[in-house]
Unconditional design. Structure first.
Length: 191
């Protein structure tokens, strides 16, 4: 059993912003694999279904980014899902648009949603990081940047990343993060 968490901020103002790549990915997974409707639970929206023979719960925390861990720990505890079976999909400013990387554990890279989840369940969960490019300038520029929308070409690149995650997530669930990371690396080299 797995919990796949997409990070983002709730509300129309934040739809399709860089910081909401996780929400976009979870929505795409729900559609791709025919999950039921999202229901409000655990300070988030939860949908239940199956991917590659594994029972999966999809979660979009409604706590806003900085408190994402509150929602994740409630869902993980309720379903008795250990951190190694939690997958968090999130934006990463240190990766260029069009790049996807996966790992287990590690630092937060300054991402407040990741900091919150680390504190709530430990850092030892799977992370699928989708590149959104890097803001230039100071910290205020960073905040405005992650809450900005993608340009047309950038949106096409991000859409391809989300489609790639949907088509390959079975490898992560069935074979683990190392195999998944290797697959993503090979796919990147081909493009």
């Amino acid at each position: 059993m797995f919990l796949i968490v997409g990070l983002g901020n709730p509300g129309k103002d934040y739809e399709n912003t860089r910081h909401n790549v996780g929400f976009m990915t979870v929505d795409a997974l729900a559609k791709e694999y025919g999950f039921g409707v999202f229901k409000e639970k655990f300070d988030g929206l939860v949908a239940e279904g199956e991917i590659a023979g594994e029972k999966v719960f999809l979660l979009k925390p409604l706590t806003f980014m900085n408190l994402s861990g509150n929602s994740v720990v409630k869902a993980a505890n309720f379903y008795k899902i250990l951190p190694e079976n939690v997958v968090v999909v999130h934006d990463d400013m240190d990766l260029p648009i069009g790049k996807i990387k996966a790992k287990i554990g590690g630092g937060s890279g300054g991402h407040n949603g990741i900091k919150s989840i680390d504190a709530a369940i430990s850092p030892q969960y799977n992370r699928v990081r989708i590149g959104i490019n890097h803001a230039s300038g100071d910290r205020n520029d960073t905040k405005d940047f992650v809450l900005s929308r993608f340009g047309k070409t950038e949106q096409q690149e991000v859409t391809l990343c989300i489609e790639t995650v949907c088509k390959t997530i079975n490898v992560l669930l069935n074979k683990g993060v190392n195999e998944y990371s290797s697959l993503l690396g090979m796919m990147t080299k081909k493009s």
